[in-house]
Design a protein around this ligand. Structure first.
Ligand SMILES: Cc1ncc(COP(=O)(O)O)c(C=O)c1O
Length: 407
């Protein structure tokens, strides 16, 4: 039995929270189980032990006492660690509340988690369908997959276009909402068609987090995320995870982690678990402010190409409203050109010019500076933090004004 499979009281907290403004219908609680805030603060905690802390501190161990036959759960530090176990249980609870069978494997980064699924599930002669508009490191993986004899097909996220190239594939990789374009595909439909064709489905759920959407409940085989973003939320930890129901597939992913050694440090894992306690507070605030900012930007003369799945007239809204419980903390838009966008970023006082997203401190960047995304020179990816909404929106409006005046 892996440490994950042991049943746990923290997986089963008792009370139900109320509904939350600024989120999709049913966001705070999907039915009779505990609400998201309750899940987040209790998730993965061990049984109370007198004189022990609520969340045990990080266990720093390269190896564990192991007389006799080498039986688990804890043998060698690259295989398992008690701090990972607590975090994996917590993440599993959030991915699929009330389903103790879901297994979660934590990784050193989101890319380690992404690669673990792709490289543990695919072999030479297989075909994989990836999005054309996904995270910009995916094309690096294309090269690697092709070098291993795997056929890589791509199609855009929007309009469920990946379905058109599904035939005979082994795995469909979905990223919804996509980063940075914020297009959305219909997970239920993609899963139904893929499974009918014998194709596995993995969803990169980084942008939404499990509070925004639960891919396993929507039928996916794997829910994958960079926990560097909203899940940990403080911009100080790199981490990733894979969750899945099938124990065999979970074992394959775990085996991949052992082979490659893409393991999180115990300190990072502990920090991540500690951060989960505030997940619902952070995500609710950030998503609500993101929608408010998007509404303000929708009426601004300098802004074009505005995207946020929570806006009723966004092309993604209808599908997003069916499958998302919160619409995310990212807003994308375009300014006239590169110079205007750079000026806007310089003028912001409460928003860091930095990459990444999902953190409590707002950040924004001119995405075209990396060269990997098919975006206009003036394209801004804006990650909304936990500042007071009025302060943040005032800062954005002032910076837009100043950027226009500078010509
Ligand atoms: C959608 C998405 N997936 C995966 C990753 C990779 O995560 P990490 O940077 O933690 O390796 C990122 C990073 O930005 C991302 O945005």
């Amino acid at each position: 039995m892996s440490p994950q499979e042991q049943r746990h009281p923290g997986d089963d907290p008792g009370t139900v929270s109320g509904s939350t403004p600024g989120t999709a219908p049913g966001a705070a609680s999907d039915g009779p189980g505990p609400g998201d805030g309750t899940l987040a603060v209790r998730a993965g905690l061990p049984d109370p032990v007198k004189h022990e802390p609520t969340l045990p501190g990080p266990v720093f161990a390269a190896h564990f006492h192991l007389p006799g036959d080498p039986t688990g759960p804890y043998t060698y530090g690259r295989d398992e660690n008690p701090t990972w176990t607590h975090l994996e249980r917590a993440l599993g609870t959030l991915e699929a509340p009330g389903e103790p069978g879901v297994e979660t494997v934590v990784f050193a980064s989101g890319m380690a988690a992404v690669s673990a699924v792709l490289l543990s599930q695919l072999s030479a002669g297989d075909a994989v369908v990836l999005p054309t508009d996904g995270y910009q490191a995916l094309p690096l993986l294309h090269e690697q997959l092709r070098a291993y004899g795997i056929e890589v097909r791509t199609a855009p996220t929007g309009g469920d276009a990946q379905l058109a190239v599904l035939e005979g594939a082994r795995l469909l990789w979905i990223e919804t909402p996509s980063n940075p374009g914020l297009d959305v595909c219909d997970i239920r439909r993609m899963v139904a068609e893929a499974h009918a064709a014998g194709v596995l489905v993995a969803v990169d759920n980084t942008l939404a987090t499990p509070l925004g959407q639960r891919p396993l409940e929507l039928g996916a085989d794997f829910s994958v995320a960079s926990d560097t973003k909203g899940m940990t939320g403080h911009g100080d930890v790199l981490l990733g995870h894979v969750a899945c129901r099938d124990p065999q597939r979970a074992a394959e992913v775990r085996r991949w982690r052992k082979i490659v050694g893409a393991i999180p440090g115990p300190m990072e894992a502990w920090l991540a678990h500690r951060s989960l306690a505030t997940l619902q507070l952070r995500i609710d605030r950030q998503c609500a402010t993101a929608l408010e900012l998007a509404r303000v930007l929708a009426g601004h003369p300098d802004v074009t190409g505005l995207r946020h799945p929570g806006l009723p007239d966004d092309p993604s809204h209808a599908v997003a409203a069916r499958q998302m419980r919160r619409f995310g903390s990212v807003v994308s838009f375009e300014l006239a050109d590169r110079a205007r966008a750079e000026r806007f970023l310089e003028e912001l006082r409460l928003v860091d010019d930095a990459t990444s997203f999902g953190g409590v401190r707002s950040s924004a960047e001119r995405r075209g500076r990396w060269g990997g995304d098919a975006v206009a020179e003036g394209f801004i990816r804006f990650s909304v933090g936990a500042e007071d909404p009025a302060d943040l929106i005032a800062d954005v409006l002032r910076a837009l004004d100043a950027a226009r005046k500078a010509g």
